[in-house]
Design a protein around this ligand. Structure first.
Ligand SMILES: *Cc1c(COP(=O)(O)O)cnc(C)c1O
Length: 371
């Protein structure tokens, strides 16, 4: 049988591309480390490093103490790419075979259920697994309750495969003022007297749980994700104000220019109607690239470095832009959909979502370049 390998031309077929700034990622990691005040930093790289690409994450997060994710095939890839430091599987094993894989690749495992405890107990090798027993502090997705965490700690402590146990939790509301307080108090109460390191903070908690409460409240290791990519975990607090730099720039170009008269509409459904003469640019980027279709007219973007707004409905391969603030713009003009000039969080807010979702939704057809 002849297998035809798909060949890709070196020529970029469309001007739509995402540029990943490894320097910005390293900067944001340094910022997290500053906030962590001595706690070890896991860089969270689930979902293909929040859409930035695992290889690029390795370049940006070379200084991380460990990498955390949820996909076993991607953890295997990280080992193949040469990452030798710790890896933490945030949802733990999905089946018993994952525990054996964790042993082979030396992956730390969250343990959040009795089933996962049993898989660990069934492993025959001595002292080979770093385990992260998870307490449910109010999110009510994963983890043990107060009685359960003590029972799990005891049974994992007795399992021959256990090399270490860390106690972990994940906050439901750390992005709201004081939102982690009650969950943290529950965690501290539930784990009082249990041996092992602690890990609690996502980006929001790392930034906001006050230092005054002592380094102990941050735990022995922290797990920032979104802040490492230069987006904010908080509604209404810009990433730049937190000292973060955008790691992803989504760019394209104008491929056409249209002149509208008063009463002319643009795009599917004619949702935008000009009330005066306007120049409209057509951008080679649409929802099939990961730009949110539900971003309404008025969503910010930049043409030749000048901020302006979308007009009309986002289509599969194109969207349209008001060129009034950039009268010199024409076919070939550079467009930034999000990045340094237009924070991804602003685009997300217009589209009724969060920066996380836009990053993760970047489509495979968009070429990624690292700088
Ligand atoms: C995704 C995740 C994080 C990182 O959260 P951010 O809000 O992106 O900082 C931390 N801990 C766990 C358990 C996670 O699943």
């Amino acid at each position: 049988m002849i297998v035809h390998r798909q060949r890709y031309s070196c020529r970029m077929s469309r001007p739509t591309r995402a540029t990943i700034d490894a320097g910005a990622m390293a900067h944001n990691l340094a910022r997290a480390r500053e906030l962590a005040g001595g706690a070890r930093v896991w860089a969270v790289v689930k979902a293909d490093a929040y859409g930035h690409g695992l290889e690029n994450a390795l370049a940006g997060f070379a200084q991380a103490d460990g990498l955390a994710l949820v996909e076993f095939d991607r953890a295997e890839r990280l080992r193949a790419l040469g990452w030798r430091r710790p890896i933490l599987m945030l949802e733990g094993a999905f089946e018993a075979a994952d525990v054996a894989l964790a042993e082979r690749l030396d992956l730390g495992l969250v343990v959040h259920s009795a089933e996962q405890c049993a898989w660990v107990e069934a492993l025959g090798r001595d002292r080979c697994l770093d385990l992260f027993a998870k307490f449910n502090s109010g999110m009510n997705r994963l983890g043990f309750d107060e009685a359960g965490i003590r029972a799990a700690h005891a049974s994992l402590g007795a399992a021959r495969a256990t090399r270490s146990i860390t106690l972990v939790t994940h906050f439901a509301n750390a992005d709201l003022p004081g939102g982690a307080d009650e969950a943290l108090a529950r965690f501290e109460r539930a784990t009082r007297g249990l041996a092992g390191a602690r890990s609690t903070c996502n980006s929001a908690a790392l930034i906001d749980v006050p230092r005054a409460r002592g380094e102990a409240s941050r735990g022995d290791s922290v797990r920032p994700g979104i802040m490492l990519y230069g987006a904010t975990p908080f509604a209404g607090r810009a990433a730049a104000s937190l000292g973060l730099r955008a790691a992803m720039t989504l760019e394209s170009r104008l491929i056409a220019v249209q002149r509208l008269g008063p009463g002319d509409a643009v795009g599917y459904g004619s949702t935008f109607v000009a009330d005066r003469a306007m120049r409209i640019g057509v951008v080679a980027c649409g929802y099939a690239d990961g730009y949110p279709r539900h971003a309404p007219s008025g969503t910010p973007l930049a043409v030749d470095g000048v901020r302006t707004r979308t007009v009309g409905r986002v289509a599969m391969d194109m969207l349209t832009v008001d060129l009034e603030p950039v009268p010199r713009a024409g076919i070939g003009s550079a467009v930034e959909l999000w990045g340094d000039t237009v924070p991804i969080d602003e685009v997300a807010a217009h589209a009724g979502t969060i920066g996380y979702e836009l990053m993760c939704a970047l489509a495979p057809r968009v070429a990624r370049a690292v700088r």
